[in-house]
Design a binder for this molecule. Structure first.
Ligand SMILES: CC(C)(COP(=O)(O)OP(=O)(O)OC[C@H]1O[C@@H](n2cnc3c(N)ncnc32)[C@H](O)[C@@H]1OP(=O)(O)O)[C@@H](O)C(=O)NCCC(=O)NCCS
Length: 139
C-alpha cells in the first residue's frame, strides 16, 4: 500500500469507501467535510492506494495541543491485512513531526471491534464524556 496525501482525483473513491464503511451519516456531508479539511492541514489527510485504487483513508488534525483522528477507514474487502494499522502509523508519524504530544479520537462505545483495533495500537480509554455542538448544519 502506498500512503500519500489526498489528491483531487481520489475524492469520489474516498466518499464511496466511507459509504461502504458506514461512516457517512445524515448530519455529515462527506464532500463538505473533505472541502473543509483541504483548507486546514491538508497534508494530514492520507489515502492508502493499492493497484491504483483507494483502500484506506485517515483524516488527522492538530490544533497545537492534541492530535485528532477522523475518518479512519479500510475497504471492507481489504480489512485485516494490516492496512488500518499502516494508515495509523503514517498519520502518527506526521503528527509527531508537528510536535503533537497526544492523540485523541472518538469511537462509539458499542463499536467493540474498532475499540479492539485501537487498543492493539496502544490507545486507551480516557474515560471522558464527549460533548459536541454543531455550528453548521450539513443535513
Ligand atoms: C477499523 C479499521 C480501519 C481497521 O482496519 P484493518 O485494516 O482491518 O485493521 P488491521 O488489519 O490493521 O488490524 C490491526 C489489528 O487490529 C485488531 N483488529 C482489527 N480489526 C479488528 C476487529 N474487527 N475485531 C477485533 N480486532 C480487530 C487486530 O488486533 C488486528 O491485528 P490482527 O489482524 O493481526 O489480529 C476497519 O475495520 C474499518 O474501516 N472499519 C470501518 C470504519 C470504522 O469504523 N472506522 C473507525 C471510525 S472511529
Amino acid at each position: 500500500m502506498e500512503i500519500k496525501a489526498l489528491e483531487d482525483r481520489y475524492i469520489d473513491e474516498v466518499v464511496e469507501l466511507w459509504r461502504e464503511c458506514g461512516l457517512v451519516v445524515p448530519h455529515n456531508d462527506p464532500v463538505k467535510d473533505i472541502e473543509r479539511k483541504l483548507k486546514v492541514d491538508p497534508e494530514l489527510f492520507l489515502v492508502g492506494v493499492v493497484g491504483g485504487a483507494v483502500v484506506g483513508t485517515v483524516m488527522g488534525g492538530y490544533e497545537g495541543h492534541r492530535g485528532w483522528i477522523n475518518y479512519l477507514a479500510v475497504k471492507p474487502s481489504q480489512q485485516r491485512k494490516g492496512y488500518g494499522q499502516g494508515m495509523m502509523r503514517a498519520v502518527e508519524t506526521l503528527l509527531r513531526q508537528k510536535g503533537c504530544p497526544k492523540i485523541n479520537l472518538q469511537v462509539r462505545s458499542a463499536n467493540k471491534a474498532v475499540i479492539e483495533f485501537y487498543s492493539s495500537l496502544g490507545y486507551g480509554n480516557d474515560d471522558v464524556v464527549s460533548l459536541g455542538k454543531r455550528l453548521e448544519d450539513d443535513s
